[in-house]
Ligand binder design. Sequence first.
Ligand code: B1M
Length: 207
Amino acid sequence: MADLKALADAVIRGDQATAVEITKAALNENMAPGEILNNGLVAGMNVIGARFKANEVYIPEVLIAARAMKMAMEHLEPRLVAAGVQPIGKAVVGTVKGDLHDIGKNLVMMMLKGAGFNVIDAGVDVSPEKFVDEAKKSGAKIVGLSALLTTTMPAMEQTIKAIKASGLSVKTMIGGAPVTQAYADKIGADGYAADAASAVDLAKSLI
Ligand code: B1M
């Protein structure tokens, strides 16, 4: 029988080939796709998330683990859809207007996906209107904003204002190197996370 502990370990090691092989074997054995996801892939990413938070691993290890999970997900996703496994929540994530930095945003997205969220990538240099449109179109309950420049932080405030004015019932979370909890409070964001692992905890607490 396919070993889900070995699958989690493959994700933790960032071993793409083994992660894909075990996922395919588990699917061939008709193991429930939700079980493969939660007890294998997400379990592995949870370990990476905790280690990242504790400074035991760094960005490269997280990216490598997330890539292994992504490759395995390509095989699992069609079966998850067919089995009707529901994501734990839907989030739109993007870098705000004027800002092209996307490494942190991508890391946050990968960790959210790893935790079982359905994540829509709004991209970079995203206008407040586009965030509102993406949230409307997707029905997401969380909108995540990233900014790396002090000069683009005001775009976070404009985006949150636009979201509130649209009447959408969504929670907003913000992050990025120059952003702080005090800034989140000031602009009326529902939450701030300092890193990708904390972003997952925050997103879970917001839904
Ligand atoms: Co830029 N850049 N950059 N840059 N760049 C910084 C941010 C800067 C601090 C460098 C410096 O001067 N020391 C500085 C900003 C100064 C300031 O405003 N205070 C700066 C500048 C000035 C600029 C330009 C203006 C330079 C120029 O052209 N004169 C220009 C602006 C372009 C633009 O955006 N319009 C520019 C351009 C670039 C590159 C294109 C060359 C490149 C970006 C490539 C890319 O992203 N695809 C780049 C890079 C790489 C950096 C540095 C070196 C690294 C940023 C990074 O990716 N960090 C950066 C200096 C630095 O930070 N040491 C710098 C790694 C990443 C994983 O961390 O993004 O912080 P971070 O994300 C973390 C957390 O912040 C958090 O989780 C992530 C993972 O833990 N987080 C969230 C992020 N988003 C979140 C969202 C959440 C929750 C948590 O919820 C939704």
